[in-house]
Design a protein. Structure first.
Lengths: 349, 349
DNA sequence: CTGAAAGCGCTTACAG
DNA sequence: CTGAAAGCGCTTACAG
């Protein structure tokens, strides 16, 4: 009978053969001479099955090239082994490193993830979340702490564990892994003050919540040092190297006395540096430059750019770790994990 | 009865409520006073359903906040609406742009994708493919044309459509979207020759098939011009800006007469440029530099780097498009789509 | 155009 | 430790 059925699969299929040639748990069970449940257990909880059974199942799995159907697993168990990840942009290598951290933690736990790229749009974010929900994600990792209230509610309704990344959540019970963007900006201000700069400026693009917090902290540090006049060139456009050059141009045009520049991220800083080179402005002599994130080129370029080293990989890894713990129902003592940051002082400021 | 059942869902659940509070197609059907099948049709093929029905279903969907369960859909239909994408590395922005192209084409077609990052390891690639298969992907997009034979066979067995990206497949029947890596390398060689350089060198990392083809083409162009001596510094290490600096150092140390350098990608080129600046080598006067891919910083840096513009976004978009056509069973006339490339001649060479 | 029945390939919850 | 039954939430394939 077993053989009968097996050959009929290969030969002319009597029933519809939707999953072409794909072995099912039933096929494995028949080949191993056990029940489907035993196959299921042997695969998921080997210790609940005798070694003999386990071996027979293993042999059958091998022979048939059995690969479990995750859709069936998901439907039956209401667990998808899928984690949703929401990041603003794939083209920002900051988030790519975070993704790598997430993957490294998740993959050993047998989870995969689907990425949603919001492009900094709350609308798109809502939409992406809805897609993620339809895939029955078991957990969610979101960049930032500002989640659409509707979305937050539906996540709560469906009991989907959630961890925020890149910023510290103030909300009671919320889980977050990141660092204080405001304090990071503040330290950049302190750094420039301590180096004797007295007319600092800021250039920023995107103007997402985290960038604005950095700027806020930066201005606070200057204010604490008695400096209230801060040259600024802000735009909601996405940041890029090219934008850095443009903003630098506009800022020094409007504020020729500006002696130091906080660029809200490294792309802007690199673009500003190149533009200085084109204009014959010496860095840091004529203008000091500080970036943010410490991407690889910051230390490589000439002069090397002073920046802020942020724990991007670690944020992803720890956020994934925290999420898994929450999903396992563990009690979590530290709900907001501050991974800190560091000023990398180099030649440019 | 309908109301009865609805309230029992909200109140004390009699049965196990696995999918917490989540409305099913049955709930929608009851609320709309139609059969589940009509709901299914109204959602998937609205034109098969009368406008009246459609409206009733729409209202019920809205009211209940119904989101389809894709696991159930996948299991029942044997179609997952999931596409597997295999790329070597997320930290290479080349592939990020490709991903963006893929997403732009796939999202309008209602498909999502899962990414597998091979880190240039065939073993990892095999493993990732197996994971993708267990998610029942409907199609696959792979970087490169060299697929593990075992994997290729199992894809064929399961009739999973496949499109190669970034290189032209020679295999009969295979679908690919890209450009000729060899010819691109050749044109770089031609460019340097035409500019009068006579002692060109190459630096390369990773040494993946596509890099090696570029190098091969480059050397062919030099050979055609009567130059057979080519200084080379190759390493299997992953490429990076830092590596570019190191390789530059080693190459000019060993071959001080080298007058032009083909860097197998822009990261290497930028690192080489920075290292030249540190060493006081004037680019291009003392050493010309050519990169590959034309990433944003190539045109921004000082001097701007001559590079090769590659259609990365378009490759992703077109590959996804081709895959969808294949999945729809359309007949495909052009199986290998060559999107070409362009030399972006700038200041550095 | 609409619906009742059966099934997709697993796991849950219960027996033994 | 092992298994038979029922069900997860959809869609396929038929009827009408």
């Amino acid at each position: 009978m077993a053989a009968e059925r097996t050959t009929s699969r290969k030969g002319s299929p009597k029933k519809r053969t939707r999953a072409l040639g794909r072995a099912t748990i039933g096929d494995v069970a028949r080949a191993a001479g056990v029940s489907p449940m035993t196959v299921s257990r042997a695969l998921k909880s080997p210790n609940l099955v005798t070694p003999t059974m386990r071996a027979r199942v293993a042999r059958a799995v091998e022979k048939l090239g059995y690969v479990p159907n995750l859709a069936a697993q998901t439907l039956a168990s209401a667990r998808s082994s899928l984690i949703g990840v929401i990041i603003p942009s794939l083209s920002n290598s900051v988030f790519i490193e975070t993704l790598t951290g997430i993957r490294d933690r998740l993959s050993v736990a047998g989870y995969q993830f689907i990425i949603g790229e919001t492009l900094y749009s709350p609308d798109l974010e809502r939409q992406l979340l809805s897609t993620h929900l339809s895939r029955a994600i078991d957990g969610l990792l979101v960049t930032g702490v500002d989640l659409d209230p509707d979305v937050a509610r539906s996540l709560k309704n469906r009991r989907i564990p959630l961890v925020h990344m890149f910023d510290m959540s103030e909300e009671a019970g919320a889980l977050s892994v990141g660092f204080s963007q405001t304090r990071a900006g503040y330290e950049v201000g302190r750094h420039l003050i301590s180096r004797g700069y007295r007319s600092p400026g800021v250039i920023a693009g995107q103007l997402d919540p985290r960038s604005l917090k950095r700027r806020h902290g930066f201005r606070a540090a200057l204010a604490d040092a008695g400096i209230s006049q801060v040259a600024e060139m802000l735009t909601p456009q996405p940041t890029s190297i090219a934008l850095g050059g443009q903003l630098l141009g506009r800022l020094v045009g409007a504020h020729p006395d500006c002696d130091a520049l906080f660029c809200i991220n490294d792309d802007l800083a690199l673009g500003a540096l190149f533009e200085c080179q084109r204009r014959g402005l010496r860095v840091p002599h004529d203008l000091a430059i500080v970036g943010f994130n410490d991407l690889p080129y910051a230390r490589a370029c000439v002069p090397a750019i002073t920046s802020v080293t942020t724990p991007r990989y670690e944020i992803g890894f720890q956020a994934a770790h925290l999420l898994l713990r929450r999903m396992n129902g563990e009690t979590i003592e530290r709900r907001a994990i501050d991974l800190g940051f560091q000023i990398a002082a180099r030649e440019s400021a």
